[in-house]
Design a protein around this ligand. Structure first.
Ligand code: PHE
Length: 453
């Protein structure tokens, strides 16, 4: 991040584009290209998409505003932010939950990033050539089931994060992502056009855009809510931490809008690229977390210069996941360094160490620990499910209640309009969502999916 020290000794983003690059960089990642298609695929296609879009607009955007407002006003890490603005320690557990959520997500996120690196390597080596989709699926399950190899990639990914985080070379990352993210966007468009010309395009589009309302169950609603939180990086202090580096002139609602639009576009493009191919090559949309890795190589293989396209795509996906993982690490690092007054390198080492242990277990979930389950889920699925469908919605509920009811009423108005320096027409809608709609929706969906109501 192009941050610079302010009078108070805290970093701040220097440029407007720095704010957008970092927050969009955090939002756009594996959540859009890996998780979104598999969630749409397992939860009934169009029905899931409609719920997802509704949650992004009605809950996601207001929460983006609320989190960045709390971060900027408090200029603190996630735990102290709650304490500073409420003047009491009662809200601190919400901050601790956020730090925990970040680490749980990192545990499986780094594993999937490792998969991306393996595929980058295999495409550069020109090894991703099979003749049918089941062969790609078999190759992938052999790889993730092989224990050591995926763990090595995961650890390499963690080492790269570690180096970036301690050296403070985020500037380099930011510059790189300024070029790579638009490139990812362009290449996605090109792949979509290619997919839309495949024989299975119509079926793919039908699956993604024709909602079968009978498929909207409490579980689908909860997953769509969880995906909206995961994809926008909300409900776990990430936007709050980045918000604490925003300048006083950053336009919060506008920034929230840009994040939501970019993030949703990338997710939809990923779906448009994957589903026509799924129906063309005879895969199943409900394959789960392995879906994208089974389908993508088949798409590239059908293109002239396939290995080149594949290498470029996996490189861009790797960069996208790196900008997201760095934002997750930043939550814990900001907290540990400010709270315990330890050096950045120590904080980074502690968090990377904990993440590495968790990641090894998540990775082994597809190999020798595949039979080890808790509540019927292996460690990977459990971390994925618990973070998105439980921790993040609770975090989001906390932020909504905190900004809607606990801090004084003027707080949001001042933050949304930069103390009245610009007029924002949707102010009352955002406040309405934070006070009533978001808390009610989150609580209802929760209770409903637990079978309580
Ligand atoms: N939003 C990121 C993605 O889509 C993941 C993420 C979640 C990043 C939570 C930060 C915080 O890949």
């Amino acid at each position: 991040m192009s941050k610079e020290e302010t009078k108070t000794g805290r970093s701040q983003f220097v440029t407007k584009i720095g704010v957008i690059a970092a927050t969009v960089g955090s939002a756009v990642g594996l959540g859009n290209i890996w998780r979104f298609p598999y969630e749409v695929g397992t939860h009934g296609g169009g029905a899931f998409l409609i719920c997802y879009l509704f949650f992004i607009i009605a809950i996601g955007v207001p929460l983006l505003c609320a989190e960045s407002a709390v971060g900027r006003r408090s200029r603190s890490n996630v735990v102290d932010a709650y304490r500073k603005l409420s003047g009491s320690n009662k809200w601190k557990p919400m901050g601790y939950l956020a730090v925990l959520t970040a680490i749980v997500i990192l545990g499986f996120y780094c594993v999937v990033s490792g998969w991306t690196m393996e595929y980058m390597y295999q495409s550069v080596a020109g090894n991703l050539h099979y003749s049918s989709q089941p062969e790609y699926a078999a190759m992938f399950s052999k790889f993730i089931g092989s224990d050591i190899r995926p763990i090595v990639w995961t650890l390499i990914f963690l080492a790269i994060n570690f180096r970036i985080l301690i050296k403070g070379v985020e500037k380099g990352i930011e510059k790189m992502s300024n070029i790579m993210m638009p490139l990812l966007f362009l290449i996605l468009i090109a792949f979509c056009i290619n997919s839309l010309m495949m024989p299975g395009a119509q079926e793919g589009l039908k699956f993604m855009f024709t909602p079968d309302f009978s498929k909207i169950t409490p579980a689908v609603l909860l997953s769509a809510l969880g995906q909206a939180f995961f994809s926008l990086s909300i409900g776990m202090g990430c936007v709050l931490t980045y918000g604490s580096y925003f300048s006083d002139s950053t336009n919060l609602p506008k920034t929230a809008g840009i994040i939501a639009v970019c993030d949703t576009l990338v997710a939809i493009l990923a779906g448009l690229m994957i589903f026509p191919a799924v129906f063309t090559f005879g895969g199943t949309p409900a394959a789960g977390p392995t879906l994208v890795f089974e389908v993508l190589p088949a798409i590239f293989n059908h293109l002239p210069l396939g290995s080149l396209w594949a290498s470029l795509f996996f490189l861009l996906l790797f960069i996208a996941s790196l900008t997201s993982s760095i934002s997750m690490f930043e939550i814990g690092i900001a907290f540990f360094t400010e709270k315990f007054k330890i050096r950045r390198i120590v904080a980074t080492s502690i968090i990377t160490g904990i993440t590495a242990i968790l990641a090894v277990f998540c990775s082994l979930s597809f190999g020798s620990m595949s039979t080890f389950t808790i509540f019927g889920k292996n460690m990977f699925d459990l971390s994925d499910y618990v973070s998105s469908n439980i921790f993040m919605p609770i975090g989001g509920l906390g932020i909504a209640i905190f900004t809607g009811w606990v801090v004084n009423k003027q707080f949001l108005k001042n933050q949304l309009s930069n103390n009245g320096s610009h007029h924002f027409a949707g102010e009352n809608l955002i406040i309405f969502s934070l006070r009533f709609l978001s808390p009610a929706a989150i609580v209802l969906i929760f209770l409903n999916s637990l079978g309580i109501i």
